[in-house]
Design a binder for this molecule. Sequence first.
Ligand SMILES: C[S@@+](CC[C@H](N)C(=O)[O-])C[C@H]1O[C@@H](n2cnc3c(N)ncnc32)[C@H](O)[C@@H]1O
Length: 361
Amino acid sequence: MNRAVSSVRSCHVARLVSSRGAAAAAAFSSPAAAEAWDRRFRLHKPRGQHLLTNPRVLDAIVRRAALRPGDAVLEVGPGTGNLTVRLLESPAARVSAVEIDPRMVDAVTARVDALGLAHKLTVIKGDAVEAEFPEFDVCVANIPYGISSPLIAKLLFGPYRFRAATLLLQKEFARRLVAVPGDSEYNRLATNVRMVADARLLMDVSKRDFVPMPKVDSSLVEIRPRAAAPDVDLAEWLAFTRACFGQKNKTLGAIFKQKRKVLELFRRSRGADERRNDNAGGSSSLVRLGGGDDGDISDNDGNDSYDGAASFSEEEVTAFKAKIAGALESTELAGKRPSKLSNDELLRLLRLFNEQGVRFQ
Ligand SMILES: C[S@@+](CC[C@H](N)C(=O)[O-])C[C@H]1O[C@@H](n2cnc3c(N)ncnc32)[C@H](O)[C@@H]1O
């Protein structure tokens, strides 16, 4: 985690707010006009700075989040605070908002101070993918779409325990997130999310509700982590689904017959055995899921390259290949595409692979 992340209590607004921020405070002292964008600085599209300005949609998001008295809310990317002020006016006890752009930090801080709500807000200046989140009950956010996948990975596979995340996402991404086995959009992202949570679409939001208008429409999604953690090593599961969904239109038989794949798994499995022997009771595999490539739970084909010179015999590899084929045969899944399979079926295959000494990380 990035230790440089600074936590900014908005009640110290006098120290923080620049002269631009002071102008913002004046502008926002009239709450009715507050959603509009007054162009006081340039919005950066690469940072996903598309402000949601339709008050009815903003109200609907907070309503759908069903906040309870005493809730601690996490918001990612508060921007100028259009959603933040509504969260602060809700029954929730407090809001922590993580924002990367110092100009936005100033803007939201000044606005909330002008409304007399600063005592309920903590602004954390930093990158939400890297920053350590405080404890929270619910996450409610109109996030920058560029960090959708690592952020959801961090929420679901990191150390956080929370009731629900209500997130505004790019519409296509949202459809892929809630897809079910057999859907044309079914993919690794949905498989991994389904392993630990239930996700559902709440509503669609038009691109016309944002300033500046983005190219894409959006959808509000609710993600509810399951109470019980699944009975599987999640790091092993994530590595397994990466192997399966890297070429999701191939059958499992075809995927696991490829020489490159067999050699790569052979190397990994042997390495995993050695690591287990060297380091019994090592650190939790989930610790490595905080961000970067390991945080990517989408269906991108990861860098599965097989590296290093072979230091094993042909016979060893042939025996290993037979173990893979045996596991596939006994589950009768060799002829199936991963995108058609339920998590129970995939889990059964992973268990059999592991029993045969085939490891994915
Ligand atoms: C889509 S805007 C949402 C603004 C506001 N919540 C709204 O609905 O109007 C996304 C916000 O996230 C911020 N942001 C972009 N990348 C970020 C990151 N990696 N971590 C935290 N905030 C980020 C942007 O600066 C911007 O303020």
